[in-house]
Design a protein around this ligand. Sequence first.
Ligand SMILES: NC(=O)c1ccc[n+]([C@@H]2O[C@H](COP(=O)([O-])OP(=O)(O)OC[C@H]3O[C@@H](n4cnc5c(N)ncnc54)[C@H](O)[C@@H]3O)[C@@H](O)[C@H]2O)c1
Ligand SMILES: O=C(O)C(=O)C[C@@H](O)[C@H](O)[C@H](O)COP(=O)(O)O
Ligand SMILES: [Zn+2]
Length: 361
Amino acid sequence: MSTTVPVRLPDSGYDIVVGAGVLDALDDHLPVPTHATRVALVTNATVGELHGASAAAALERLGLGVETIEVPDGEQAKSLDTLAMLYHRFAAMPLRRDDLVAALGGGVVGDLAGFAAATWHRGVAVAQLPTTVLAQVDAAIGGKTGVNLPEGKNLVGAFHQPRVVLADTATLSTLPARELRAGLGEAVKHGFIADPRVLELLEERPDDAVAGDPEVLTELVVRGAAVKARIVAADEREAGERALLNYGHTIGHAIEALTDYARYRHGEAVALGMVAAARVGESMGMSQPGLTERTVALLDSLGLPTGGLRLDPAGVWEALGRDKKARGGVRMVLCREPGVAELVSDPTRAQVDAAVAALAR
Ligand SMILES: NC(=O)c1ccc[n+]([C@@H]2O[C@H](COP(=O)([O-])OP(=O)(O)OC[C@H]3O[C@@H](n4cnc5c(N)ncnc54)[C@H](O)[C@@H]3O)[C@@H](O)[C@H]2O)c1
Ligand SMILES: O=C(O)C(=O)C[C@@H](O)[C@H](O)[C@H](O)COP(=O)(O)O
Ligand SMILES: [Zn+2]
């Protein structure tokens, strides 16, 4: 059984299909470009070994010649070097403008392959086949693609919507525990910005979520898809409301860059970023009193980091100035109360420094 969440954009659209086994039925769900003859199936060795064969078989059933391209595993591979490697492999195929890229893996593969597709021949079609909780609740949806620089997260990128997102929840059974927990960080974010039911579900069943209970994960993926589909349909290119999806990311991204993309998984950095954002919000008198306490309690119960991190406050403030939301000064998303968030322009250096210092506890 699968659930389909449509993403309705002003002049196009696509489906997010969620369910156990949907990858095996990829040929039923993927609208193949009319003249496509080849597909670059971008994955990494870990995911390729586990789930590559079923994706490749379904793509072959569509009559496509499949070239599997493995990128290195890990956040540090979301780089200009890996991107260059992808372009050279596309050239060798050759991958033509009517062909297709399929991204099979977590958010790293999705962002990299998506950006390669956005820029190859000025844009070829891409199918997102996410295999992590994080990519299924968030990264595969909405068309943000890109790579990191040492200077900052996702500083190079493009909006490039996929033709379809197939979130096969059965693939999540092979996910390492730490990666599963990291993905819950983005689900919690959806709860705080738009869907408090996600918070209630995770507060009621934290152990089931962490253990990968299929019913809980499927509800989180469907709810995440619904949140992203609604926000992206309203504001595809982040002129306004889409910035809310950046809750926890302003300081979270700074943490990732300042720790060389090596210490924390993205979802863990977002968890720390949400704790800091809740503290900034409470200190500004904008967030509901107790928001920080609720955030920390929930993230702790999910095994996500909420402290234990010493950062140079000046380094964080500089990174905040390079954030893509910055306009003349630092801007960050704060949560008024669960389900209600806002992009604010006036957090002071002192408020941010205090929240960053509190992460050391
Ligand atoms: N484009 C967006 O809108 C968006 C949204 C959120 C996050 N992101 C990006 O996503 C990235 C993080 O994604 P992630 O957390 O999925 O990390 P990831 O892609 O590094 O995957 C995590 C790990 O899990 C492994 N893995 C993936 N699927 C597996 C499976 N089914 N079984 C076993 N192992 C599996 C991977 O090999 C990797 O080691 C970050 O770069 C972040 O910036 C993008
Ligand atoms: O889809 C969005 O919009 C998001 O902000 C989702 C985030 O979870 C994601 O990490 C995104 O890649 C951040 O984008 P950026 O524009 O801050 O680089
Ligand atoms: Zn994110």
